[in-house]
Design a protein around this ligand. Sequence first.
Ligand code: IPE
Ligand code: IPE
Ligand code: MG
Length: 247
Amino acid sequence: MSTVLPQPAPDAPAPKVPAHVAIIMDGNGRWAQQRNLPRAKGHEKGAESVRVAIKTCKKLGIKFLTVYAFSVENWNRPKPEIEALMTLLKKFLRNEEREFHENKIRLRAIGRLSDLPKSVRRELNHVMQATEHYRDATLVLALSYGGRTEIAHAAQELARKVKAGTLDPDTINEAAISANLYAPDIPDPDLMIRTSGEMRISNFLLWQVSYAELYITDTLWPDFREEHLAKAVEEYGRRHRRFGLVG
Ligand code: IPE
Ligand code: IPE
Ligand code: MG
């Protein structure tokens, strides 16, 4: 694989690297369609891009990578496509376990995981447990994930605590909601990338995205390679994050 990462000048200040990158991996279907291939082929090729993204994050020093692999809305796709995606997910987990160990990558998952077929859940739980002691980098798979579902779930958790008498409703603030999301220990994304040119969030990390820098590229997910991610990170480094403050 060719390396096209920009080389910093010898005494240049260290570039700003996001701690957490979240990616809406979109365009697999269009990639396949352009080649007269079945949509599943686009998903297969997209899995290769996930591998590349993990490696590139490791190389660039990005600690957290969250990828939107399957949304709650995606359950409404044709059954054969859902089955192909679930089979691919199992295969991905099986094939990548070795890479995770070699690179000390921890695997996590967010979403309504109980929706997933049992065989997928089994594989997922196995790899998550086998890698839970790694801290070099974390890959978060968003599976059967919906941002609104996640916030509604947090509300249920809080309500349960109020009912049990362990939580005073007056103390419910932003931190309390954050603490009841699927992965409360993972920082909010700094950079959110969407491939294939669509200008929308599609129910991804609605709560966490509040101050993320957005980067949208026309590149279709199956074509997304090291240089594309490096370019997004480079642009992130040039952004001025103000968080509502002055200059
Ligand atoms: C993204 O690619 C993968 C999933 C949503 C699972 P799409 O399948 O949405 O591809 P397009 O948007 O139809 O091209
Ligand atoms: C978002 O892509 C979901 C994932 C990438 C898993 P979609 O293709 O499902 O989103 P829409 O339909 O274009 O909004
Ligand atoms: Mg799509």
